[in-house]
Design a protein around this ligand. Sequence first.
Ligand code: FES
Length: 116
Amino acid sequence: MRSDSKINLFEFDALPDGGSKGLTLPAEAGGSECFVVRKGERIFAYINRCPHTGAPLDWSPDQFLDADGSYIICAMHGALFEIETGRCIYGPCVNHSLEPLSVSIAGGMIMLKKNG
Ligand code: FES
């Protein structure tokens, strides 16, 4: 039988609208490097690994978006990814995607859904 559980990541209010934040998942969720993007009242999260070479995307801590905050950008070679889908729409890995994480907001916290 499969059980689903949720893990608290951090407070929703700690991430301003249009902001992004990198973090390391807790060991119980695999310990991967990932990042979260807020767009209005919605949250999106991905593993911090570019589908082009596997490198992390951020050029400096918590900077995952392009200059006007429209796309996720990889600092290495400039690939652009849709915030909502993680799909690359420009650069060397067009039509490849970031690996999404299942996140939600509950009780003011950003929660990661963990399947186990
Ligand atoms: S490593 Fe991300 S675009 Fe090349």
